[in-house]
Ligand binder design. Structure first.
Ligand SMILES: O=C(O)CCC(=O)C(=O)O
Ligand SMILES: [Fe+2]
Length: 312
């Protein structure tokens, strides 16, 4: 009988003290990061950039937000595909979320604040802005490690100039009576990278390459850094974009926050990652046009939207 491997996401120390650029501990963290992104498509980062105080403020702010009437929450709109309010959807009844475009900038957070609280809510914006900036830094450290380890540092600066963040705040209520405990359906992220954070309620599950699903346990100083379809395509298939889902156990509501990076410039596999052993797998593509393609109902159930959209 084949023995089943007990999967567990690698944990990488991203605390400030450990991550001084160019030190041995940077290189060690970088090796674990890149191999985790290749094997599982994600890892758990221990990150002290976000203090426990800020963690608490963020989740208080989110409770206040989700307590607003639905008629207010649906004012979270965007002309970008899949950037606005999601909720009251019969196939995912436990799930509700809102998207804050460029939450890491004053303009982005203020626009969202105005739509939700016409009379203002400084406390909300201050907490989410600080948090969003800090997890953008975490994402950038991880992406930098990927670029460096593939010998592509020279492209990192132009990558940074092209990146933009969507911060999605999410609430999963606990299931009632006979309801299913499915919080969110299995999917891969359409981002370049995603950083996820949650309140004390676990529920995220990842599908390993051998087909087994396994859960992720997180504490207030841990963050999941996950590859999306865009970095998978960019890396010519080296980095894995994992299937993941949310399952709700217990009676407490789960609040989580996902910050997705999207590229403003065309995403193109660097020529250094293409050779006889690794022929080009994906054509260059526009990231928001890919999101628009995925947002069409007939494309939502594709096994791999990115492969259908620009696979070779
Ligand atoms: O709530 C979570 O932890 C995961 C959410 C997620 O996978 C997503 O928004 O893409
Ligand atoms: Fe996701």
């Amino acid at each position: 009988m084949a023995s089943l491997v007990q999967h567990k996401l690698p944990i990488v120390d991203f605390t400030k003290e450990n991550l001084k650029l160019g030190t041995n501990s940077w290189h060690k963290a970088s090796r674990v990061t890149v191999s985790a992104l290749e094997e599982y498509g994600c890892f758990v980062a221990l990150y002290d950039g976000v203090s426990l105080g800020l963690h608490d403020e963020v989740f208080h702010a989110m409770e206040e937000l989700f307590n607003l009437p639905t008629s207010t929450k649906v004012q979270n709109k965007s002309n970008k595909p899949l950037y606005g309010y999601v909720g009251q959807i019969p196939i995912v009844p436990l799930y509700e979320s809102m998207g804050i475009d460029e939450a890491n900038t004053i303009e982005g957070i203020q626009k969202f604040e105005k739509a939700m609280w016409p009379n203002g809510n400084d406390g909300f914006s201050e907490a989410i802005l600080s948090f969003s900036k800090l997890i953008a830094e975490l994402e950038q450290l991880a992406v930098r490690m990927v670029f460096e380890s593939y010998g592509l540092e020279k492209y990192y600066k132009s990558h940074l100039n092209s990146v933009s963040y969507l911060c999605r705040v999410m609430k999963y209520r606990s299931p009632e009576n006979e309801e299913s405990n499915m919080g969110f359906v299995a999917h891969t992220d359409k981002s370049f990278m995603t950083v996820l954070h949650q309140n004390q309620v676990d529920g995220l599950e990842i599908k390993a390459k051998d087909g087994q699903w396994f859960g992720v346990e997180l504490c207030p100083s841990s963050f999941v850094v996950m590859a999306g379809d865009a970095i998978m395509a960019w890396s010519n298939g080296r980095v894995h974009s994992p299937l993941h889902r949310v399952t709700m156990n217990g009676i407490k509501a789960r609040y989580s926050l996902g910050q997705f990076s999207f590229m403003k410039e065309t995403v193109k596999t660097p020529e250094e990652l293409v050779n006889d052993e690794h022929p080009l797998q994906y054509k260059p593509f526009d990231h928001l046009e890919f999101l628009d393609f995925y947002s069409q109902p007939e494309n939502r159930r594709l096994e791999s939207a990115i492969r259908t959209y620009c696979g070779i």
